[in-house]
Design a protein around this ligand. Structure first.
Ligand code: IVH
Length: 695
């Protein structure tokens, strides 16, 4: 603790500012606060008091002004000491682009044919936004956007939240320097972007106002940097790579661009390791091609390469032409976003029965390939973006991510246009592959085909599930073989497995006699099984291993189970309405019953029992009403509801005098307050479990 009495108000204010920013960083960025909130508040109030008594000490970036978690009025302008210029862009994406740059540089330097090739520094062109970081005596004092090149915006409060960015430079020479301005790109990694949008979608689904999804990582990065609320920015991870300098005062410059970046790295500044020193036009072309091959695998978007004359003295000699350096050039790659026309909206059936709307597009060249399909994710997403047949849309394909429609260009929407997208209507309620009923459960975003093992789109998955160790345990039946069996047409349904014979197996490519014999033995061995394994193997949605065991024990025989109505199913331990409905939907499809019959006819058998008498099932919560609020440590809302209902209880959405128990998790809100007000018993998850027959 510094000696407060002997420090001047100015020194103490600076100290407090540094500490507060440090603590805010640990709190918001690292999720690892060092001090309790109350201590933070005390430091904060001390600083406020000093600033009130000495207004001349108030700084632009003081945490008391850039209140973390609060909304600021606007971003302050920052005049750049050295203008932030842009560079010439070579839009010819072929090798000729690089050759033209080399030729221009050689001409400007008056080099003839016989002069040796020049050394260039080739770098990735990060697709984010340019930022100037000003360090004074080693401390990060200001971060500013490029703006118009002369004047940018002060974004110190958000840029400070970038975890990898040093708030203080390493090394004695940097700390001695009056000023070092580091320039580089702030961007968002693709995985961070996907996660952010995922969170945003959830927020929107849960009814949050003023939230939106971002169209691409660049947009998201710019949005986060220009956020007024630093606390919000802290939760949206950004990255940074340095590529150059602004004003430098009191720090010795190295001789080349390559050495400059190496020096910045030693100071602790993030620098990409993908740059290279190359020679001549051939070197530039080679680098452009090497990176093109790696582009999809990079964790972030790049829109091209930047070539720079490596030697700083030569850069100086080359100088500028109409505000663009002659010594640098951007060489683009094909864009990762394009606009095109939606010809139709198809619905694809995934391996698990999930139905995904897919835009059928006028083919367009994007991200290096021709794209004619782009995912729309799900019905809600399609409606939110309001994508309709005939619309012009922005399609994005970056990395190995599936091409997606990021938005509609509404100005180009034709009149008249068709109705908003309606998945159920479009499919008339039937799976486009097997015509089974489609369902969408409460609280879920996806529609699904209920065909299960009957649906050809789900066949391979269904067979693998059936064959797995915890189900029928068919030895020798792995995913490669399932692919072969289904693709060759030998197996279409589960009963087909038991119709396989040696001759047909031997006709398969790469199938030896030994493996064929093994598979047949595995199939034969799987025929004697248990009711629970068989039931689990059918792959009925929401029927996991434990539920299958409970059902098997309760009913004892499959005919009784198949005939049971929802009411009877609800009598089973831990079976709630969701599981009950799923079982009913499954056995209501004649083709599923047929599969069961055929498997039995093929010789599958298991010991049967009388089952459990209905009145033996305990209903300890009968007559009790529960309300759930907040997030429970392990049970999801649906699970908790299911278990309470399975034990005979009722779950209601709002707290009233009739409520018997409120089950509260973290972030419980108004319902908990109401419960306390009315004196209703509040339970945590452990207490709820203790009341269940099967904790
Ligand atoms: S050098 C005077 N190097 O691309 C030269 N720029 O106009 C200053 N960019 O908006 C730019 N990666 O933000 C340079 N490795 C890189 C870069 C890069 C991305 C951005 C920069 C600017 C634009 C160039």
């Amino acid at each position: 603790m510094p000696d407060q009495a002997s420090s001047t108000p100015a020194r103490r204010a600076a100290e407090l500012r540094a500490q507060l920013l440090q603590h805010a960083h640990r709190y918001y960025v690292l999720d690892d606060p060092e001090i309790p909130d109350a201590d933070y508040d005390r430091l904060f109030q001390e600083l406020q008091a000093i600033e009130a008594a000495h207004p001349e000490l108030l700084t632009q970036d003081s945490p008391t002004r850039r209140v973390i978690g609060a909304v600021l009025d606007g971003l302050a302008p920052v005049r750049h000491q050295v203008p932030m210029l842009s560079i010439h862009t070579e839009t010819d994406t072929t090798p000729a682009g690089a050759e033209k740059f080399d030729a221009r540089v050689r001409k400007a330097l008056a080099l003839d044919q016989s002069a040796p090739p020049l050394a260039y520094h080739a770098e990735l062109k990060f697709d984010g936004l340019a930022i100037n970081l000003r360090y004074e005596r080693g401390d990060l004092v200001q971060a500013a956007t490029r703006g118009d090149g002369e004047t940018g915006e002060d974004v110190t409060h958000t840029v400070r939240m970038i975890a990898t960015l040093p708030k203080r430079l390493r090394g004695a020479d940097a700390v001695r320097a009056a000023a070092i301005e580091v320039r580089g790109e702030v961007f968002m990694r693709r995985d961070d972007f996907e996660a952010l949008n995922q969170r945003q979608r959830k927020l929107i689904e849960s009814g949050a106002r003023g939230e939106k999804t971002f169209v691409n990582p660049r947009n998201a990065a710019a949005g986060v940097v220009r956020q007024l609320d630093a606390g919000k920015a802290a939760k949206r991870p950004l990255s940074f790579f340095a590529y150059g300098l602004g004003e430098v005062d009191g720090w010795a410059l190295p001789a080349t661009q390559g050495e400059l970046l190496a020096a910045l790295k030693r100071l602790g500044v993030p620098v990409s390791d993908a740059s290279a020193v190359v020679r001549g036009a051939a070197g530039l072309v080679g680098y452009h091609e090497r990176i093109a091959a790696r582009r999809d695998g990079l964790p972030f978007d790049i829109d091209g390469i930047v070539y720079k004359v490596d030697e700083l003295a030569l850069q100086e000699r080359l100088g500028f032409k109409s505000r663009e350096p002659r010594w640098a050039c951007a060489h683009k790659y094909p864009a990762q976003e394009q606009t095109t026309l939606v010809r139709d909206i198809d619905i694809q059936v995934g391996r698990t029965g999930k139905l995904t709307p897919v835009a059928k597009l006028e083919p367009v060249f994007v991200g290096g390939t021709t794209v004619s399909n782009a995912t729309l994710h799900n019905e809600d997403e399609t409606r939110r973006k309001d994508v309709r047949i005939g619309d012009t849309v922005i399609v994005r394909r970056a990395g190995d991510v599936i091409p997606e429609v990021v938005g509609v260009v509404l100005e180009r929407r034709p009149v008249p246009i068709g109705e908003p997208f309606d998945l159920y209507k479009k499919l008339a309620g039937k799976c486009p592959i097997c015509a089974s009923a489609i369902t969408r459960e409460e609280g879920e975003v996806d529609w699904r085909c209920s065909g299960g093992l009957f649906c050809p789109a789900q066949r391979k998955q269904a067979i693998l599930h059936f064959a797995q160790r915890r189900a029928l345990d068919i030895e020798g039946l792995g995913d490669k073989l399932v692919d072969q069996l289904v693709d060759s047409g030998l197996v279409g349904t589960l009963p087909d497995l038991y119709r396989l014979v040696l001759a047909s197996l031997m006709a398969l490519e790469r199938m030896g006699e030994k493996s064929a014999v093994n598979l047949l033995a595995g199939l034969e061995g799987s025929k004697r099984t248990s009711f629970a394994r068989f039931l689990y193997g059918l792959g009925i949605r929401h029927v996991g291993e434990t539920t299958a065991k409970d059902l098997a024990k309760h009913f004892g025989n499959i005919d009784r189970l198949m005939a049971a109505g929802v009411e009877q199913l609800l009598e089973v331990n831990d079976v709630g309405p969701i599981v009950a409905r799923s079982l009913r939907t499954f056995f209501d499809q004649a083709h599923n019953v047929e599969v069961v019959e055929q498997l039995r006819a093929a010789g599958l058998s298991w010991p049967e029992t009388e089952g459990v008498a209905v009145d033996a099932v305990p209903k300890p919560l009968a007559g009790k009403t529960f309300v759930l609020t907040g997030t429970l440590p392990t049970l999801s809302r649906d699970d908790a509801k299911d278990r309470i209902e399975a034990a005979g209880g009722k779950v209601s959405g709002s707290v009233s005098k009739k409520t018997h128990f409120v089950v509260a998790g973290t972030e419980a809100g108004a319902k908990l307050d109401k419960a306390n007000e009315l004196g209703i018993t509040v339970l945590d998850e452990a207490a709820l479990r203790a009341m269940l027959p099967n904790p």
